[in-house]
Design a protein around this ligand. Structure first.
Ligand code: NDP
Ligand code: OXD
Length: 313
């Protein structure tokens, strides 16, 4: 009944340490030195090598070490097993911090103030109140809904777009393709918190950016993407920034990660680049979540936060 940690691109030792500390009685193994593959009943995975999980013939449940699961679903040999994704207060709080930080950074025009500081220039820029600024969140799920509430508490006019309609106090809900244009037309700061699926790949393109509000209180539309790099078309973002269709952007995720040194995004004066660190759950939080789910599963209770493989999230 071993738990195997199969993570690439993350530091798997932190999950190993946390699982051992919280469940010393459990058999915990770290890929690639994990012994007999048939011992594996549970896998904690992040971007596992393609075909690896298919070799664990007694595997029962796959746990994603993150909220996103495209790193698992892209494996053509992925076994047909329940996939539990990470839904955890630690992750949600950290994403809320990132979104609030970057909305406020653009709202309070900090990129321009930073340039003015470098030029030793004392100048006041016009500053709308939060209630004059419309934030739109693409993806009103666990993370998007929490960020929406936090921004609403700060006074912003907040709306969200999702597949299904939501009822969240103070948040305007738009749903489905039919309501996307209306959502974009009332949005000054667009925050992307969508999962990467066949339906969302490349959604942040020139055509979408051109539909953002042009009559807002800020100098122009702003994009914040903390979802996935595959949502965005970077060439379109750059051209939109250069011709004024987009005023500024904060990007945490990229088409290719790490962001190549040659990318013009690194040096663009109105782009903030962060290294896919908007929200990373701590090892103990991930371990506690996983152990709780395993205990429920072994007691015959249902797993929660299961991925719907037809929707790809
Ligand atoms: P959820 O599954 O809870 O929410 C996803 C939201 O997107 C839902 O509201 C869903 O609609 C909506 N959605 C999905 N597909 C579509 C579509 N085709 N059209 C319209 N709406 C759609 O995910 P989380 O909030 O937990 O996480 C969101 C994403 O954030 C993750 O998938 C991951 O990629 C990213 N992430 C990034 C991190 C970082 O550090 N940068 C950290 C953690 C997560 P509905 O509610 O109707 O189903
Ligand atoms: C996640 C991430 O999906 O960290 O949780 O990107």
């Amino acid at each position: 009944m071993a738990i195997i940690i199969v993570c690439t691109g993350l530091v798997p030792e932190r999950y190993d340490r946390a699982l051992r500390a919280l469940a010393p009685e459990r058999d915990i193994r770290l890929w690639p030195d994990h012994g007999a593959k048939e011992d594996a009943h549970y896998a904690l995975a992040w971007n596992p090598p393609a075909g690896e999980l298919a070799e664990y013939e007694n595997l029962r449940v796959i746990f994603s070490a993150g909220a996103g699961v495209e790193h698992l679903l892209g494996d053509p040999a992925l076994p047909d097993l329940p996939i539990v994704r990470l839904v955890d207060a630690n992750l949600t709080i950290r994403m809320g911090e990132y979104v609030v930080l970057h909305v406020l950074l653009h709202h309070r025009r900090m990129l321009e103030y930073t340039e003015l500081q470098r030029a030793k220039t004392w100048r006041l820029l016009s500053q709308p109140a939060a209630e004059e600024v419309r934030v739109g969140i693409l993806g009103l799920g666990e993370l998007g809904a929490d960020s929406a509430r936090k921004l609403s508490q700060l006074g912003f006019q907040v709306a969200g777009w999702s597949r299904s309609k939501k009822e969240i106090a103070g948040i305007e809900s738009f749903a489905g393709e039919a309501e996307l244009d209306a959502f974009l037309a009332r949005t000054d700061i667009l925050v992307a918190l969508l999962p990467l699926t066949p339906a969302t790949t490349g959604v942040l393109d020139r055509a979408l950016l051109a539909k953002l509000a042009r009559d807002g209180a800020l100098p122009g539309p702003v994009l914040i993407n903390a979802g996935r790099g595959g949502l965005q078309v970077e060439a379109d973002i750059l051209s939109a920034l250069d011709d004024g269709a987009l005023w500024a952007a904060s990007l945490d995720v990229f088409e290719s990660e790490p962001l190549p040194a040659a990318s013009p995004l690194w040096a663009h004066p109105r782009v903030v680049v962060t290294p896919h660190n908007a929200s990373i759950s701590e090892g103990p939080a991930v371990a506690a979540y996983m152990l709780e789910q395993i205990a429920a599963f072994e007691a015959g209770d249902p797993l929660t936060n299961l991925v719907d493989q037809k929707r790809s999230y």
